[in-house]
Write a new protein. Structure first.
Length: 222
């Protein structure tokens, strides 16, 4: 099964480091980021989960829950968490900012298309790739990215796209290349000139192009 953008994300049941969850119930009425990693006790994965844990307050500010997944057991996850906290300099006591799913039988990895055919474990079974799924409050998939096992993710980029989606869901703008929170936005082509004053009281800028078509219009972030 391949989950496409706009599809309802599967409502699976899973064992995690905080107990059994029903995914949609766990998400609640906010956003969620599900990210998989190839294996516990591996270097790149440790840097990723440490960074995600460091950024947990930033996700929380955006009403976003985060959850990890790999094909290792719960006991392995819990032991590995101690390494992650040490590496990341985390001072959260016995707690950890987000749960990790155990997908030892690879059922979720198969269901969500997260297996990496190149990377294998000691039993020659495929590991999970570095997948990222962002799920909106309506439980629909809004973004997916697949990284190879050798390339660590950029969690600042994940926060950036969440900021963009949360903004553009509410305002009639799109965000341009390399946009960051507070930067100028693009006025949607569907916005008529007579709507500009009410929608964008800070005004807009028109870019004159060789084609003569005025489709690039920017405005300060609403």
């Amino acid at each position: 099964m391949v989950v496409l953008l706009g599809d309802l994300f599967p409502n699976f049941s899973a064992e995690t480091t905080i107990g059994n969850i029903q995914f949609h119930d766990w998400i609640g009425d906010g956003w969620a980021v599900l990210f998989s990693h190839p294996s516990d006790f591996t270097p790149v994965c440790t840097t990723e989960l440490a960074r995600a844990a460091q950024l947990a307050p930033e996700f929380e500010k955006r009403n976003v829950k985060i959850i990890g997944l790999s094909c290792d057991t719960i006991s392995s996850h819990k032991l590995w968490i101690q390494d992650i906290k040490n590496y990341g300099g985390l001072t959260c006591g016995d707690n950890f900012p987000f749960p990790i799913i155990s997908d030892a039988d690879r059922s979720l990895a198969v269901q969500l298309g997260m297996l990496d055919p190149v990377e294998k474990d000691s039993d020659n079974l495929p590991l999970t790739c570095r997948a990222v799924f962002i799920i909106a409050p309506d439980k629909k998939l809004r973004l997916s990215i697949l990284y190879p096992a050798t390339t660590g993710r950029n969690f600042d980029e994940i926060l950036r796209v969440i900021d963009s989606m949360q903004l553009t869901d509410k305002k009639k703008v799109a965000t341009p290349v390399d946009w960051k929170q507070g930067g100028d936005c693009m006025v949607l082509p569907t916005v008529k000139n007579e709507e500009i004053k009410d929608l964008f009281p800070k005004g807009i800028s028109n870019y004159m192009l060789p084609s003569g078509k005025q489709y690039i219009r920017t405005t300060p972030q609403p």
